[in-house]
Design a protein around this ligand. Structure first.
Ligand SMILES: [Zn+2]
Length: 413
């Protein structure tokens, strides 16, 4: 954390002390940014288990987002340092953040790419959400007839509704690949010819649309499933079916990290499962989230590392290499805190796919211009520093174990 942002945070949190918490939301529950004392992954996991969504991890505290019930619990535990429900600046998606794609614009951009490049791009709906949005996937290769026999990588964004920057990255990857292919960039021509590339810019179209409804951000994370008690939303990145519900997620339907009634209870997570299982040539996976500037890999559901030493080393080696390009901090997911039911634990745990989560820029939470709503100005620079990691995962999709330089081994352990 840079000194000036540290200062900003401390000023904000000293100003918005517990006594100055005000009502700012008109929903059933009020939601807060909370600064919470925690000194290691064990203490952080206790906090994660309360049901808040931890967004920033520092040496002696975390910044998390959660509801008033969770705030009261933390207060009674003596762990709450400060809280603020200061509404974010009334940012306006259609004007100041117009560069971000809403669902309609996203679909149009994907359709344009597919229509103009039928020889390179296929666009498929992989499911319809409960609010009737199609979940669209792009498949990019120059040889669809033999794509199944080529090494494949998958890129996803938008599991969490308010993480709009995570939707832009996969879309821009698709546009970049096509533009560079047409420009005869030899490296990209080689990749598009030799690889089977899968891109799903948003896994959560319902949530994404809800978050920008009425042109004011709602800090929404989950999907828009109607829970049995009438509340809304399941955390899609706690709903995958590997060691589901074993920590860092909540059974409370109002929690930010509500795991759902069962593993793969949701249309969206099930669609990703089915899609990945229909493409058994996928060997590398990247799921974009925001924010914190991190490169994370399994396990998330437990503190132990991946048992297979080679598979563990591949994740570690690739994460470190990718960090040289984007300058994010690499590490095992549970080094932050325990979280179960996420995409990468499932993809590696069940299918041995080498899997990463990127927490994109910025590093810090924002009151006015940071956090989940960093503004349109970051889109291009964040893409520019993440294109090499994306291409790297594609280049090594033929056999990620090549990064270990131990001769050509098995593609999967
Ligand atoms: Zn996320």
């Amino acid at each position: 954390m840079k000194k000036n942002t540290m200062l900003l945070l401390s000023i904000l949190f000293s100003f918005f002390t517990l006594s100055s918490v005000q009502q700012a939301k008109s929903t059933d529950h009020n939601y807060y940014w909370m600064k919470i004392t925690a000194h290691d992954k064990f203490e952080r996991s206790v906090i994660a288990n309360l049901g808040v969504a931890i967004e920033i991890v520092k040496d002696d505290y975390v910044i998390a987002y959660g509801n008033d019930r969770e705030l009261e619990k933390l207060k009674s535990m003596g762990k709450l340092v400060a809280a603020s429900n200061l509404a974010l600046e009334p940012l306006d998606f259609p004007t100041s953040d117009a560069a971000y794609h809403n669902y309609t614009e996203l679909v149009e951009a994907m359709q344009t790419l597919a229509k103009q490049n039928p020889d390179l791009v296929q666009m498929t709906s992989i499911a319809k959400t409960i609010e009737g949005h199609d979940m669209w996937a792009l498949r990019i290769t120059s040889d669809f007839a033999h794509a199944d026999q080529k090494p494949a990588a998958i890129y996803m964004g938008g599991h969490h509704a308010r993480e709009h920057l995570s939707v832009e990255m996969p879309l821009m990857l698709a546009q970049y690949l096509i533009a560079q292919y047409r420009a005869n960039n030899p490296r990209i021509v080689g990749l598009v010819n030799s690889r089977d590339i899968h891109i799903i810019p948003t896994v959560n179209p319902d949530g994404m649309e809800y978050d920008i409804k009425d042109t004011s951000y709602k800090m929404w994370r989950k999907n828009r499933a109607r829970n049995s008690d009438g509340t809304y939303g399941v955390d899609l990145n706690r709903n995958y079916g590997f060691q589901w519900g074993t920590g860092g997620s909540s059974t409370d339907t109002e929690s930010e990290v509500y795991m759902g009634p069962k593993a793969f209870s949701e249309v969206e997570s099930t669609a990703i499962k089915n899609y990945i299982e229909a493409h058994v040539n996928i060997t590398t996976l990247l799921s974009f989230h925001s924010f914190s500037k991190l490169i994370l890999y399994p396990w998330g559901h437990k503190y132990d590392g991946i048992e297979n030493e080679k598979a563990k080393a591949v994740h570690e080696t690739m994460a470190k290499k990718m960090a040289t390009w984007n300058d994010y901090e690499p590490g095992q997911a549970s080094g932050l805190y325990i979280a179960s039911g996420d995409t990468t634990d499932w993809a590696f745990g069940v299918h041995q796919i080498i899997s990463f989560t990127f927490e994109l820029d910025p590093a810090n939470s924002g009151f006015g211009g940071g956090g989940f709503y960093p503004g349109a100005g970051v889109i291009q620079p964040v893409f520019d520093k993440n294109i090499e990691p994306m291409l790297y995962l594609l280049e090594y999709a033929d056999n990620p174990y090549r990064v270990l330089n131990i001769g050509i081994g098995p593609i999967k352990p």
